[in-house]
Design a protein around this ligand. Structure first.
Ligand code: NAP
Ligand code: GLV
Length: 314
């Protein structure tokens, strides 16, 4: 079996060794170099350049080293990407990311809910000022995207005692976490939310979804947590919503341009906290184990999960 790998250029050898450790002896894994158009049974990549995405002889599947496939879908739009529609695109499913995402979002919610920024401001002024904190049972949290990551985040927040609901594309009538779906469920989902967490995939349907109209439907002073993609957010609408008081602030792990340019207004707004796209990172061992498992399942002719529906874009 021949596997073509292109990701993590500074550490690719370690990733390839980890992959090899989960595959039979005799599997050949090579690092893609520009101009390599040769045979491969499987391609594993993250944010590929379009020249990688060609109909190379024998190609059975393309594995995306990431849960979100927006970068892959975008590269496929390029004229140099000639990959046929019948080649399945397979994304990572959790692979160690859900627990990181739970930690990140729970921390962000608790940090804001328990007013740690206000206490830090008091500390800087040498002031001992207890502040009221609302009962968790009265705090409403909405998760946009109740998929593999969103569901675990929602369950963790629910277990802490917050009132949690989700929003997805398809209805989920049997979910433990109440869920609205589609455009028709949006207003019911948004109304009265104190926290809005975004865990949607970036698709043509969800780009710019975090906007003024949405912010105005939340409880006044709601807090935004965006851990999905920067292009979900209309950046000027966030700044205006914070200035007007519609939102009390935001925690952003992702931005439209990454790294966020030094002159960007977000850096100068103290009510916006920023982290550099680290809420849930690819962990080498679980990622490579999952992909190797799927490669072996495909070679046995089995169906696998995580196949991207190209028409939906996720
Ligand atoms: P997933 O399992 O595919 O879940 C996606 C959820 O979004 C599903 O509930 C889906 O609805 C819903 N959805 C998609 N399009 C929708 C639409 N148009 N309207 C309403 N709901 C829609 O994905 P995941 O594994 O949880 O990952 C979610 C995203 O997190 C990724 O795409 C990626 O962008 C982001 N992410 C970020 C980081 C980071 O470090 N910041 C790390 C990992 C992932 P259905 O359930 O009805 O299909
Ligand atoms: C990271 O952002 C991912 O989509 O896995």
């Amino acid at each position: 079996m021949e596997i073509l790998f292109y990701a993590y250029p500074h550490n690719a050898a370690a990733w390839m060794r980890s992959l090899a450790s989960h595959l039979p002896n005799g599997t050949h894994i090579r690092l893609w170099q520009p101009g390599d158009n040769a045979h491969a049974d499987h391609l594993i990549t993250r944010n590929p350049s379009p020249e990688l995405l060609i109909d190379r002889p024998g190609l059975q599947a393309v594995f995306n080293l990431g849960a979100g496939v927006d970068g892959l879908m975008q590269a496929l739009q390029h004229p140099a990407a000639t990959l046929s529609d019948h080649v399945p695109l397979i994304r990572l499913e959790d692979a160690g990311m859900a627990s990181q995402m739970v930690d990140y979002v729970v921390h962000a919610v608790l940090h804001h809910h328990r007013r740690f920024d206000d206490y830090e401001a008091s500390r800087r002024m040498g002031q001992w000022t207890p502040l009221p904190a609302p009962d968790k049972g009265a705090v409403e949290i909405g998760i946009l995207g109740l998929g593999l990551l969103g569901t675990q985040v929602a369950q963790a927040l629910q277990a802490l005692g917050f009132k949690v609901r989700g929003w997805s594309r398809q209805p989920k009538p049997h979910n433990d976490v109440p869920c609205q779906s589609g455009a028709e469920g949006m207003a019911t989902f948004l109304t009265g939310l104190d926290y809005l967490v975004n865990l949607l995939p970036l698709t043509p349907d969800t780009e710019n979804i975090l906007n003024k109209k949405m912010f105005q439907q939340l409880a006044r002073g709601a807090y935004l947590i965006n851990v999905a993609r920067g292009a979900h957010l209309v950046e000027d609408d966030l700044l205006s919503a914070i200035q007007s008081g519609d939102l009390s602030g935001a925690r952003l792990d992702v931005t439209r341009t990454e790294p966020l340019p030094t002159e960007h207004a977000f850096w100068r707004e103290p009510r916006i906290s920023i982290t550099p796209h680290i809420s849930a990172v690819n962990l080498m061992e679980p990622c490579m184990k999952q992909i190797a498992g799927k490669i072996l399942a495909l070679s046995r002719g089995e169906l696998i999960a995580g196949v991207v529906d190209r028409s939906r874009g996720y």
